[in-house]
Design a binder for this molecule. Structure first.
Ligand SMILES: Nc1ncnc2c1ncn2[C@@H]1O[C@H](COP(=O)(O)OP(=O)(O)O)[C@@H](O)[C@H]1O
Ligand SMILES: [Mg+2]
Length: 405
């Protein structure tokens, strides 16, 4: 089909909006393509549809936040964010549709529940009001880089149907004395004037001012301004702060947030779910996904996304059929340039340089990968695979002689 990649992008963006009528039309497109014998494009559209359905766990129903709870003017495309007076650099970015073009976050169940709980406080705001309490308005997301914190903040705002005033705090810290505190005050004034979620990303940037002794006086002023502004905003809009270095935060700042959500490295089932989603267009068998996940190891969602995108690009360029063997070859070529090739004899290294030991290790890792799938991926007989498995020892000390029997 002509311009199929553009059609695909349109479908993806439209499906993410969650509009049922749009979905219906995409399903019709898939059926027509299948009917016309265009199996390949039809299955790509199917994958898109499946993708969005499997991701709905964090995007069930959107909430209409009451105007009496979150007050202020509507943000429109004509509203401009405030800027630093010295440099004219905008202090924030306005996102009217914060989830647009963003994938749905994939989190483990505990985290998913925590996120849903935040949304349901707003969903049940009336019930809470009867009990004399309000939904919580402030939340701090913390954890290592690349785990989906920014994504979670944007998704949360989208679920509340609120636009985002997105401020990267590192951009707000000015080299001009006295300007940082003024920037913070201006940012909060702006956010308080409009109905929005204020996102304070890279929040720890303020604390970094401690590293410079000349900045200590300024830092004190800045923290005070921040505390005053957080307090003043406490009954207005919603505020989400994000940091990779929670240890750097001033305890008084930390305490200003009603919720503290740690978004840590994804566990194994979550990493599998990520790879399944990121690679869904390739329609790989689950054993291949498990093998890739084992090779990639304990990495962040961002790293896995980079890996998956590189793999998809490489397969698209090679033009060859997507077979388990082709995946192995492409992955081997990719690992060294993605920084996934670990220095010690970890799975990625073994995958590259020692197939027998890799195969022994993955079979003993009890991921449920079948020997016949490995035989396909490594283009060898199943009997060889079972021999390598039998020879494997935890130290990986199977001698050449034994392997070669
Ligand atoms: N939990 C996740 N679920 C889905 N995608 C993720 C996840 N974590 C990271 N990603 C991918 O990595 C990108 C960067 O994530 P981001 O939210 O910026 O991480 P952080 O803010 O924690 O550093 C996202 O846009 C997304 O493509
Ligand atoms: Mg981020």
């Amino acid at each position: 089909m002509e311009h199929f990649s553009a059609v695909q992008s349109l479908c993806r963006v439209g499906l993410e909006s969650g509009d049922a009528r749009f979905r219906k039309q995409v399903e019709r497109l898939r059926d027509r393509l299948a009917k016309a014998g265009d199996e390949r494009d039809a299955s790509t559209i199917s994958a898109l549809l499946a993708n969005v359905t499997s991701e709905v766990s964090f995007a069930p129903s959107n909430v209409e936040v009451s105007r009496s709870l979150v007050t202020g003017d509507e943000l429109t495309p004509n509203v401009h964010p405030p800027a630093d007076r010295e440099t004219s650099v905008p202090l924030a970015e306005i996102l009217l549709a914060p989830a647009l073009g963003q994938p749905t976050p994939i989190f483990d169940e505990t985290l998913q529940l925590a996120m849903n709980a935040l949304v349901s406080e707003w969903q049940r705001a009336d019930a809470l009001k009867l009990l004399g309490v309000e939904p919580s308005r402030s939340c701090l997301f913390y954890g290592p880089p690349g785990t989906g914190k920014t994504l979670a903040a944007l998704t949360l705002a989208a679920r509340l149907n609120l636009p985002v005033v997105n401020a990267r705090i590192d951009g707000l810290v000015s080299s001009f004395l006295g300007t940082t505190a003024r920037n913070i005050a201006n940012l909060f004034d702006f956010a308080n004037r409009y109905r929005c979620v204020l996102v304070l990303d890279e929040f720890d940037a303020l604390a970094k001012m401690r590293d410079d002794p000349h900045e200590l006086g300024e830092l004190k002023r800045v923290v005070n301004t921040l505390l005053q502004n957080l307090d003043a905003r406490a009954d207005k809009g919603l505020t989400i702060a994000i940091t990779n270095h929670e240890g750097l935060l001033d305890p008084a700042v930390w305490r200003r947030f009603q919720n503290h959500v740690r978004i840590g490295q994804p566990d194994l089932p979550t990493r599998l779910e990520m790879l399944r989603t990121f690679l869904s267009s390739l329609e790989l068998g689950d054993d291949v996904i498990k093998t890739l996940s084992y090779v990639a190891g304990a990495r962040s969602g961002s790293d896995l996304k980079t890996f998956a995108d590189a793999l998809r690009r490489s397969l698209a360029l090679s033009g060859s059929e997507v077979t388990p063997r082709a995946i192995t070859i492409a992955t081997k070529a990719l690992l060294p340039r993605l920084g996934i090739e670990d220095a010690d004899m970890g799975p990625a290294r073994l995958f590259l340089v020692d197939e027998p030991k890799f195969i022994g290790a993955i079979l003993h890792a009890e991921l449920g990968v079948r020997q016949e799938s490995l035989a396909q991926m490594f283009d060898c007989s199943q009997s060889k695979i079972s021999r390598w498995s039998a020879d494997w020892t935890p130290e990986g000390a199977s001698s050449e002689g034994v392997v070669d029997a």
